[in-house]
Design a protein around this ligand. Structure first.
Ligand SMILES: [Zn+2]
Length: 271
């Protein structure tokens, strides 16, 4: 006679529930449109869905504002964020269509402490057993490439050496290839993170494409855009993530563009 375990409830779920967005591209002018999409309306719809799902946190992986990161863009975004019906921290990375100083002018009461790296918007936050690091790849406002820079890379290298072994998930705006409009020091970022097994995945936006790939077992998760797609075959929407120490489960919520994969669930094992 063995012991009985009640498996009907399933294993206790220790995963962290996070809403992951990117490229909201919200303008001050609510009816601004591009390629037939209305970014403000998309954002409104996504925030309604996020409110219903009640995640523990929401992340926006850059290109929060429409083009130049105007104060009015951020005011509009802040106002829209107030429509969130459940209380959650909102972590935002900066992209090439953001303006750091304007962003800080509007989001100045951020309760999440910034890392002290010159001129960069870097956040580190722990949720249960996982750690989120938001990097800053904004190089020039309204020019397409991105760059972390040596100081930020050195900070990350030191941080990863000195911190405990919690699984780390990095968020950065720019694509991680070697094209002229990607993250220009992506190779050097990989050099920093690959030797730290605790770094499980890098999330990014910029391309307005949803795909999951990997490099040397680090998962690379390209988050779809909220504002608009660049090609019709891509969804517009967000990812509902349940992240634990060994895997991530991602549900695509497509609200526009190609919605064929709406509700698609992808399970990804971490290294
Ligand atoms: Zn974008």
């Amino acid at each position: 006679m063995g012991m009985f375990y009640d498996l009907s409830q399933g294993a206790p779920d220790s995963s962290v529930h996070i809403a992951i967005l990117s490229d909201t591209h919200v303008a001050a002018y609510k009816n601004e449109q591009y390629r037939g999409f209305f970014p403000s309306k998309n954002f409104e719809q996504v925030l309604e869905q996020v409110s219903e799902k009640k995640p523990e946190a929401m992340i926006i992986s850059g290109d929060i504002a429409r083009l130049k990161g105007e104060l009015g863009d951020y005011s509009a975004i802040q106002k829209q964020l107030q429509s969130l019906k459940s209380d959650m921290p909102v972590l935002m990375a900066l992209g090439n269509h953001d303006n750091r100083l304007n962003f800080y002018d509007i989001f100045n009461d951020n309760t999440i402490t910034r890392e002290n790296v010159f001129n960069k918007h870097i956040l580190v936050t722990d949720y249960n057993q996982i750690r989120v690091i938001m990097l800053d790849s904004l190089m020039y406002v309204n020019k397409t490439p991105g760059f972390l820079g040596q100081e930020q890379r050195n900070w990350l290298a030191k941080y990863l050496e000195r911190s405990d072994n919690k699984p780390v998930f990095i968020f950065v705006h720019h694509t991680l290839s070697d094209g002229d409009t990607d993250l220009l020091d992506a190779e050097r970022l990989f050099n920093v993170v690959e030797k730290h097994k605790k770094v499980k995945a890098i999330f990014y936006g910029h391309s307005h494409i949803y795909k999951i790939t990997e490099r040397n077992k680090i998962k690379l998760i390209n988050v779809p855009a909220v504002g608009y797609n660049f090609i019709d075959s891509q969804p517009v929407g967000w990812l509902e993530a349940r992240i634990s120490a060994d895997k991530g489960v991602f549900t695509l919520h497509a609200i526009g563009g190609n919605i064929e994969s709406d509700g698609q669930v992808s399970e990804v094992k971490w290294r």
